[in-house]
Every structure is written in structure tokens, then in C-alpha cells.
Design a binder for this molecule. Sequence first.
Ligand code: SIN
Length: 512
Amino acid sequence: MTETTTSTATTTDGETTDVLVVGSGIAGCAAALSAAREGADVLLLTKATKPADASTDWAQGGISTTRNDPESLKEDIIAASDGTADPAAVDTLVNHADDAVEDVLIDTLEIDFDETADGDLDYTREAAHSEFRILHVDAATGTHILRPFLQHVDNHERIEVRQDTAALELITAEGRVHGVVSDEEPTGKPIYAGATVLATGGIGALYSRSTNPDDATGDGIAMAALAGADVTDMEYIQFHPTAYDGEDPFLLSEALRGEGAILRNGDGERFMDDYHSQGDLAPRDVVARAVEAEREATGEVVLDVSPLEFEADYPAIAEKCRDRGIEGDEIPVAPSEHFLCGGIDVDDRGRTSLDRLYAVGECARTGVHGANRLASTSLLEGLVWGLRAGDDATGFDPDIVEAPELLNRDPDLPARFAAEKFTRLQQTMDEYLGLERDPDEIARASAVLRRLKGEVDAYIRTRTARELYELRNASVTALLIARAAGENTESIGCHYVAADAGESMAEPPADD
Ligand code: SIN
């Protein structure tokens, strides 16, 4: 995908930094920290205005370690991926996991992970883990890691954190990336960097139900793809089986089932043993499809938390339940978009196919997850690859090249345009590129998405506004997903091609 939507005007005004990091989740913070430890000056741009705008802050279950048994974690990762994870990438993860956790989370940030009554670290387990090896802080681990991490990088003398600032375009020349154009000025402000690290997170905003924050619009993936970077495995999107089935959905961590919570259908019956030998702790895609099937057959599925000390052990989730007016031990659940396993293709140091461009965290495809991700490996992957990429990204001088100057002829963005098109994009993704897919339906989705992107491109040529660029990024990313899904006719991991899924489906939503 090589089309770009910017004007042909260029500028060389701007500022410079050694390393530019875009994104403020665990991967972005780790990249910033390790580049700064190498002596680089780092600018961390984030469109977030608060930590909760990063998916890391929403992560519940925990962060896997190996507990000195990397081979066992490697086996579980490869099994969960249906044998598709890249063994070399998994080796990189498991061989650096414990040192990264010890160095950054325990020694530097002093995260108060939960402990047993004896004062030992309390390791938990989630689906498809053969061992208790996951560190956690009740089931609000992401928040407890990210907030001190952001504080730490913000206080670092070599790191500047600039909030509420979006990267709109990459600055490229002859196959090399020289930084980004940010939205700090009406026609964009160039920020030149020796190396640029994308850590922009996932794609939750492409679906109406997601466990990600609303601003997960695939920005890094779209910008990298438009600049010509390789993007891989985009069809592998993980749907979490247990998000609250109601207004303002939220995640009900797999840790709850790991500790004894039970799925029941609308008849009050347990059903997971009918679907998989691992019952409620079967692989996530199997549970998600089973939950959907039981919802259709019996009207609803609930997560029965009565076997747990729910209020005492999971206070953050219990609070969310109270906020939604959920009473009793049975929480209605439905699958929800959760994690993109594919993304910008990177090597073991986060290097993309474009010179001086790195990608880390959910926007990157390291090969660790293959077609399906093992629970509680995403924070770990972000941490390990963030540290490795930040370290590798140092030592380059920024070059001042011509950067795109964007047009802003009509600053009064009709917000309705962006909102309406987003709704249409989400409807298309929900209907045709969700839990189950069908080749004919994917082709219809592609047609709808191509038209949508054409409309957005026409609009963006003369207007510069963050919402429009987010919409452009979402539509580019959605098209990459549709293309990858259409090219892969085999059910594997979380890409499930149901032979007859399309027969009962309605026509695509009207174009406007
Ligand atoms: C969960 O807490 O269920 C999610 C953990 C993960 O996706 O890694």
C-alpha cells in the first residue's frame, strides 16, 4: 500500500531529537528508557492526555515470566499459536523475559506485585499456560505498571514526554525514515530524529466492541504501510471471550477463570467441557467462538464468579461491575476485539523494513504470537522489544530533509463526517471481519472499505485534523486486515474461516 494523502508542499522547519518514540504504553516507555540509558536525547510523543489512553493501562491479567524455565514458556507460546509462532522470536522473548522484568519492573520501578501470605511473589495462571508464572497486581496489572513507568520516563533528564500530540505522517527520503510530522501546528510540524520508534498500540477502535481505549486507531501501522514498510499477519486478530456484554464493555480477565470462575449459558449450564478438553481454560479463540455459539443458542452467557473471593481479590474489576449496576455473582459476557497478533514486520531488535524505523508493542509483528497469542505475553513482548529497539535506535544523527507540509484550507472539520465514517467502518469490521469470516463476506468488506478510504482521502487532501488522520489510519489498517484475511483461506489460530458463515448473513450495510 503506497498511496499517500498529503499535499506536495514541503518544509524543512522543525525540531530535532536523537530518538523519537511515538506512543506511551509499556513498549514506548521501555524504548525511551533504554535509548536514554544509552545517552540519547529522547522525545516521546503521545496523543494520550492520560495514562488510561494507552492499552497497557487497561491490561488486567498480568505479565508472564519464565520462572527460570524458558523452554516451558516457549512450548506454551508455540502451542497457543497453533504451531505458527516463529521459534527464533520466541527464543528472544523467553531468553530476555526474566532479566527485563527484574531490571525494569522490580529493581527500577519497584512494582508491588501481589505476594502470597508467606511474602513470596504470587504467580497466577491463565488459559493455555502449563505453569503458574504470571506476575500480577490483583487483575489491574497494566495500570500498576504503566503509571510509575510513565512517571519514571517523564522525570528522566534525557527524556521529554509530550502529551496530546499526534504523529500524522512519517518523514521519508530514499527508503530512510527521518521522523514524523506532528499535529502541533495547523499545517503539521516536522520532528526530525536519528531514529523513530513506533509504539502506537493496537486497532480496537476499528470494532464497536473492544477491550482497548477508543484511540487505538492503528496509527503506526497505517503510517508505516503508507511509507512502504512491510506489514504482516494482519488477519490474526484476537477476540477475548469475556468482555462485559453491555454499555461501555470492559474486560473480565482470564485470570478469573484461571482461579475458578465458570462460564454458564442462558440455561445456567456449564458448557466449555463440550467444546474442548481444557474446558473453561481452553485457548482463547475456542472459548470466544463457544461463547458466541451459546449466546445464540440460549440467549446469554455469564461468567459465574461465585467460586472466587471476587470483591477482595479483584477490586478493580468489582468496581467496574458496580459502576455498571451489575449485581450478584453472574456477569453477562460476550466476545470483544482484544489484540492484533500481526502488524509492522520487525526483527529481533524491532527494526522494520525501512531504515531507521523501529516498531514495538502491539503495532509490531515480531513473530512471537504467530496466528494466536498466549495470554499475558503482550506486556512482556512490549517490554523486551521496547528495551531492545531503544538500545539499537541510538547513535544516528538526525538529517534535515524535506517534510510534507499539510494543507489546512478548512480548519472547521465537520466532526460528523469523521464520526459517521467511523461508525460505518466499525459496522463493516464487526459484520465481516470478526470472530468468524467467509471469503465472500471479506470481499464485500474490502469493497466497502475501499470506497470509504477514497472518501477519506478526498477529504484529507485539504484539511488537517487529528480525527481525520485517525480515520485515514483506521481505514488503511482495516483494508490491510481485509486483504490479509482474503488471501488466507485456511482457518488457523484466531483467523477462523467458517465455510458456511456467509449464508445466513444479511447484505452489507448501505453505503451511506
Ligand atoms: C486477560 O487478563 O484476560 C488478558 C490478558 C492478555 O490478553 O494477555
